[in-house]
Design a protein around this ligand. Sequence first.
Ligand code: UGA
Length: 442
Amino acid sequence: MRIAMIGTGYVGLVSGACFSEFGVDVVCVDKDADKIAMLDKGRMPIFEPGLEDLVRKNVEAGRLKFTTELGDAVRGADAVFIAVGTPSRRGDGHADLSYVYAAAAEIAEAVDGYTVVVTKSTVPVGTGREVERIIAETRADADVDVVSNPEFLREGSAIEDFMRPDRVVIGTRSGRAQEVMKALYRPLYLIETPIVFTSRQTSELIKYAANTFLATKITFINEIADLCEVVDADVQDVAKGIGLDGRIGGKFLHAGPGYGGSCFPKDTLALVRTAAEVGRPLRIVETVVDINAKRKPQMAEKVIEACDGNVDGKTVAILGVTFKPNTDDMRDSPSLDIVDKLKRAGAEIRAYDPEGMDEARDMMNGVTWCADAYDAMTGADAVVIITEWNEFRALDLEKAKSVLKAPVMIDLRNVYNPDDMAAAGFRYSCIGRSTVPPGPAE
Ligand code: UGA
């Protein structure tokens, strides 16, 4: 089988590489010639564990190719996947579908023979219908079915998520299109992955409902964490205690500085807009969006509080700036709000991130970028863990103490244990766990 993957962003590149690993011939298309040139040289435009090896292996096997020529890739393909970006439209929070619609028109020009056009980008309910309309308008004789097949992969574990997903959702009522999709996902049938066949609109909504539910779950535990701090309870134990109930489940119950990334913030907002527009407002989700937006700058206040209420003229070390570990993605990362607010309160920032510093440099001015965690902590009045990279989980605490000006740690990911930190001589604050009452910094 042969497919074209339009867009080599996160979803497009990972899905294209993984389909080629399934044995499908894949041509990945992108308008950005520099990106294609880079991929042709075997260099990845994003950091994703395992991706470079997977791409190299399948390019060498002749199953994976890159091009800027959409027409060549689409002609003769069994399926064409649209995996272009759907960013939040400036001003109103709606998903910007202009790239999806432009791709649909270009695909229509090029298709020959029966072709399944699949939207993999996260698109609001009704987009598939519009894609179908655009294709029919551009080429009345085009023999296509338009299918929704949302992607549920997470950055940092994207390949594993694609290769061994919890489920695959396919939105189409066309038997012919279902057969093509089944053939593409055959390796997943063999490992008995549940495949949900449903209508196109339902499939489109499943994607938003999944991300929104997860964002709600995180926001719920974040609010419980805030309550824990006041009533002297421990959020980690609350999460365990409720998560062991099979109806709730223990995943996505890690309290932290608020969700970020390229998906949750954008998708929650887009769903709120869609629902309001059709007169069925989603009040829970509206509240989640609001709480999460306020939470990020609130984390800076937590840092200021831990620094005896004032960071003016003080130096704060930041460990981790990406929105989560194992990615270089800075989009909507809590670090952006936290660092901004600390700087406005007069703090000097020394920061380190294993992968995100290139991205972050353009987004955060006036930050001193450091060679490693200890370099960042050198001479700092406090250290803040914003992203739970593995290398921050096992810091040499004696060494950290010796380079810091004061042994103050604000751990926004609950990486460390409050008792251990107190024993190590740190004034330690974290999220939703009792800590040793702060005394004056030594
Ligand atoms: C998310 C979904 O998890 C994927 O299933 C989905 O395919 C993807 O969006 C998408 O729509 O493309 P991703 O944004 O890569 O994936 O990252 P997550 O691992 O979901 O984390 C999102 C944010 O929530 C991060 O800022 C993370 O730190 C935060 N988070 C996550 C918590 O604060 N607590 C948790 O328990 C889990």
